[in-house]
Design a binder for this molecule. Structure first.
Ligand code: NAD
Length: 295
């Protein structure tokens, strides 16, 4: 694939980092974004910014990193979109946290045109995208996965094939529901221990060697919460979207999920006080833990 172009559509926090990783791995990278600011930042790191039609004509693989499922659907199925302008043999790797429904719909449509679509949502944040250390949960047939995996391995550290198209987004939505819950329960545990005379740092030093640990206690609290940094690069708006996707999935599957529903309610309510552009770790301010006031 290194003999032709690969492209990234959506050059935001994640897409720009992925483009950088591909450039470092000797790919020729084209890119496109609706935002002029995103296009010019990408150009500065060596991405060849091109109109969509040219990029689709010249690329062998196109990576999508868009905000939501509706953006993916519009870009693929809309007028002058990928379905219309993409060529036979084109591979689309969708890293957007989207829905299984959208992934399966666009997969079926693109298959009729000889194109391959996989859903490959990611974990690891902008720093993982930039350093190529992300984890991808991939929805693809075994045959498609085997074909695309060498490319995915140049983009990320870990690729797990979790089922056919759509399965990647089911797993990602469940993953983010747990992360959303862990932020709240960990904040409550930190506040409880603090009231009982154990500092947050001392609590985490014990917790992170025990069975109550999680990525939130091991990474988020030391790196973004306790030091007041709140600069992870993942926004409240995007995490509220993911929690909403979990809510919609539970409703579609007729599941009541009583504890998860409480988590979903709290994230929904957070829109009253926390802005879409705020860091997602700020959800800890929604707990009754006065420890976090002023952070
Ligand atoms: P972002 O808002 O920083 O970037 C998205 C980019 O897509 C923007 O630059 C926007 O202008 C562009 N865009 C929107 N519609 C477009 C279109 N039709 N054509 C071209 N460009 C378009 O978001 P992000 O943080 O980079 O996240 C991207 C995806 O990755 C989201 O689905 C998010 O949930 C997921 N994700 C983000 C993180 C993180 O830590 N930021 C981690 C894992 C997964």
């Amino acid at each position: 694939m290194k003999d032709g172009f690969v492209s990234v559509i959506g050059l935001g926090n994640m897409g720009r980092g992925m483009a950088e990783t591909l450039l470092r791995n000797d790919y020729k990278v084209m890119g496109y974004d609706l935002s002029e600011e995103a296009r010019s930042q990408a150009e500065k790191i060596g991405v060849i910014v091109a109109p969509l039609a040219q990029l689709l004509k010249e690329s062998k693989v196109v990576v999508l990193s868009l905000p939501k499922a509706e953006h993916v659907e519009a870009l693929v199925l809309g007028a002058n979109g990928i379905s219309e302008l993409g060529h036979d043999g084109l591979i689309i790797v969708d890293t957007t946290t989207s829905t299984a429904e959208t992934s399966r719909k666009v997969y079926a449509e693109l298959k009729t045109k000889g194109m391959t679509f996989i859903d490959a949502p990611v974990s690891g944040g902008p720093s993982g995208a930039k350093s190529g250390t992300m984890t991808m949960v991939v929805g693809a047939t075994e045959e498609d996965f085997t074909k695309i995996q060498p490319f995915l391995a140049d983009l990320s550290a870990v690729q797990v094939n979790v089922g056919e198209c759509g399965a990647g987004n089911v797993v990602k939505i469940c993953n983010n529901l747990l992360a959303a819950a862990h932020l709240i329960t960990t904040a409550e545990a930190v506040a409880l221990a603090n009231k009982a005379g154990v500092s947050p740092e001392k609590l985490l030093s014990g917790l992170n060697k025990g069975s109550g640990r999680s990525a939130v206690s091991e990474v988020n609290f030391p790196r973004w919460v306790l030091n007041g940094a709140f600069d992870s690069g993942f926004t409240m708006g995007l995490m509220r979207k993911d929690v909403g996707l979990a809510d919609a999935l539970a409703t579609a599957e007729n599941m009541s999920l009583p504890l998860s529903k409480k988590v979903m309610e709290l994230w929904k309510k957070s829109a009253e006080t926390l802005l879409d552009q705020d860091d997602f770790n700020a959800i800890i301010k929604m707990t009754d833990a006065d420890l976090f006031e002023g952070k």
